[in-house]
Design a protein around this ligand. Structure first.
Ligand code: MG
Length: 279
């Protein structure tokens, strides 16, 4: 496998149970690395991990992170995200902790060094039962990831950067890091993304290339945009990332594709980031 270039540009990609097909789709986008995203429905067997390991090796493609989403999550609006996403909902907390261990096992068996997820809105009140229980779930899972030699990344955006920083300090696990998503900061109205990146930079190991506009009203979610057309100011963001000496990778994560087929939009976004990192 080729060594990675400086600031590799990758793609975040939802995987299925046919590794050869999925890896061929990813490779066709011409990324320099990738993150594999797993919904709660994917059956994570030893055979699937072996299949992905072989398919990635055959394609010469490096997977940096496995991302987990869970059954029952919805990103319809901020209230629904608070009710359904990550480890905050009490009814599914134990089941999602078990599922996360399976995802970490899958990542380890596939030879992927990092796991990431939205843990859900971190409650602002540090003495609340939910804050303490979410913190403890993250500690247990971080320790489990560490036993597999892996990093556990928290996805940004659902809380402000200072609150996430405080949560990281409370979790107090050296393998808990950050996957920084500049668009989420905008979409959730959580803070100016470049300022947030500067604050979290020592903890950031991977970044999402995503764009969007600010919410129109309090409580609403902003609108995702095709990369480079939203309020993040992607050229300036990439310049700040590069100038900070960031040693990780940026992965296009795009749920909007305008009038283009999905693969065309993703390829264009990867090409845009490759151009910007050279500027
Ligand atoms: Mg993201």
């Amino acid at each position: 496998m080729q060594p990675l270039s400086e600031l590799p540009i990758g793609v975040f990609y939802w995987i299925g149970e046919e590794p050869a097909t999925t890896v061929a789709e990813i490779a066709a986008l011409d990324p320099e690395a990738c993150q594999l995203a797993v919904t709660g429905e994917v059956r994570l067997t030893r055979e699937l991990a072996a299949g992905y390991r072989a398919a990635l090796a055959a394609a010469g493609l490096r997977a940096i992170t496995v991302f987990a989403a869970y059954e029952g999550e919805s990103y319809a609006d901020i209230a629904t995200v608070q009710r359904t996403v990550g480890f905050l909902p009490r009814a599914t907390r134990a089941q999602r902790e078990r599922r996360t261990r399976e995802v970490i096992d899958f990542a380890a068996a596939t030879g992927i060094p990092s796991f990431a997820t939205h843990v859900g809105f971190v409650p602002e009140e540090r003495s609340s039962a939910d804050y303490i229980e979410v913190r403890d779930v993250v500690r247990r899972l971080a320790d489990y990831a560490a036993s597999c030699g892996m990093t556990f990344c928290l996805e940004t955006g659902q809380e402000s950067a200072p609150l996430l920083l405080e949560f990281l300090h409370d979790v107090a696990r050296p393998n808990v890091k950050v996957n920084f998503d500049p668009a989420n900061m905008v979409l959730y109205g959580s803070g100016e993304p470049i300022e947030a990146f500067r604050l979290l930079r020592p903890h950031v190991v991977t970044i999402h290339g995503k764009d969007g506009d600010w919410p129109a009203a309090p409580g609403a979610l902003g609108r995702e945009r095709v990369l480079g057309t939203g309020s993040v100011d992607i050229p300036r963001f990439v310049r700040v990332v590069r100038e900070s000496g960031f040693p990780g990778s940026i992965h296009v994560e795009s749920g909007v594709h305008g009038d283009e087929p999905r693969a065309v939009t993703l390829r264009s976004a990867i090409r845009l980031l490759k151009e910007l990192k050279g500027c």
